[in-house]
Write a protein that binds this ligand. Structure first.
Ligand code: NAD
Ligand code: UDP
Length: 308
């Protein structure tokens, strides 16, 4: 049994990770400031003698006696991370420094939830880990993209300079139960709009692409990466690539109802295409996703029917 800290543990991905680690017999400590997360995501774990939670902001230093730290604390949806851009940058940079300092003190292994956003609006397709990206440093997405890039730099420098045992995952768009219905991300938006009979909001012409990974596949990738000896970034995502129009049509077919498509302005710096090259994860972690978009959407729609 290990003692494991999950920052951002009350969020969408964090709550699934806490659950998986708890089910595997570990002692789990969940840290969150509840900015975008929610206690309802972790209610079912409260009461377990192996689950602890504390309200804390990752930008404030902390000390913990743990074997491993997973650093997930950071708003992930564009409207939420743009709500207070300065705070988002602080969360990524100061959060990384605080997690690395805490890990260094107790010689814990520390895992950073990075993102495909480090590739920006990519000019190489699909994106391998060796691609340095195409990122605007001063746009509306920069607080998130550059914050996550700086966090990768800090993780790598703490490893090189201080021997801290690091892991870095670059997560591509992930969806599933416990996404916040109002956080503005595309999968939750389309499903909730269809369930409410509202129009489906397509930003731009809907021809931009994303590759969607179901949460259970992603968490399996996290566990394999943490258990590996990879100290350089690894892409985890589902290579199945879809336009937003294709996604909207799938959701409408599955949910039924009378919703129509409505076209709205494309937000600034919205990446035109995104697809992970997962050769490294396949080779080093023997990992690849198992759940198709159709199967994952069915499970996610079933969840949203209970909350919308
Ligand atoms: P989420 O918003 O549901 O979860 C983030 C959690 O972090 C929330 O519980 C929030 O309250 C907490 N948090 C935010 N700022 C904090 C702070 N300063 N101190 C303490 N807690 C804080 O988002 P998610 O989808 O679960 O994302 C989790 C992590 O994975 C994030 O770091 C995100 O950047 C990364 N990521 C997610 C995706 C995805 O598709 N879901 C893709 C790429 C990267
Ligand atoms: N998007 C959309 N309608 C929505 C929400 C998002 O067309 O209601 C688009 C958005 O412009 C982007 C894609 O869907 O091109 C994915 O958006 P999301 O915010 O989920 O993730 P990210 O852009 O960070 O990959």
């Amino acid at each position: 049994m290990k003692r494991i800290l999950v920052t951002g543990g009350a969020g969408f991905l964090g709550s699934h990770l806490c659950e998986r680690l708890l089910n595997e017999g570990n002692d789990v400590v969940c840290m969150d400031n509840y900015f975008t997360g929610s206690k309802s995501n972790i209610y079912h774990m409260i009461g377990s003698p192996h689950f602890e939670r504390f309200r804390h902001d990752v930008t404030d230093p902390f000390k913990v006696e743990v074997d491993e730290i997973y650093n997930l604390a950071c708003p992930a949806s564009p409207p939420h991370y743009q709500y207070n851009a300065i705070k988002t940058m602080k969360t990524s940079v100061m959060g990384a420094i605080n997690c690395l300092g805490a890990a260094k003190r107790v010689k814990a292994r520390v895992f950073q939830a990075s993102t495909s956003e480090v590739y920006g609006d990519p000019q190489v397709h699909p994106q391998p880990e060796s691609y340095w990206g195409h990122v605007n440093p001063i746009g509306i997405r920069s607080c998130y993209d550059e914050g996550k890039r700086a966090a990768e730099t800090l993780f790598t420098d703490y490893h090189r300079q201080n021997g801290v045992d690091i892991r870095i995952v670059r997560i591509f768009n992930t969806y599933g139960p416990r996404m916040n219905p109002d956080d503005g991300r595309v999968v939750s938006n389309f499903i909730c709009q269809a369930l409410r009979g509202e129009d489906i909001t397509i930003y731009g012409d809907g021809q931009q692409t994303r590759s969607f990974c179901y949460v259970d596949d992603l968490i399996e990738g996290f566990i394999r990466l943490m258990g590996s000896d990879m100290t350089t970034p690894v892409n985890i995502g589902n290579p199945g690539e879809f336009t937003m129009l294709e996604l909207a049509e799938k959701v409408l077919t599955k949910v039924g109802g009378k919703s129509k498509l409505t076209f709205q302005d494309l937000p600034g710096d919205d990446p035109k295409q995104r697809q992970p090259d997962i050769s490294l994860a396949k080779e080093k972690l023997d990992w690849e996703p198992k759940i198709s978009l159709d199967e994952g959407l069915d499970k996610t729609i079933e969840y949203f029917r209970t909350v919308v």
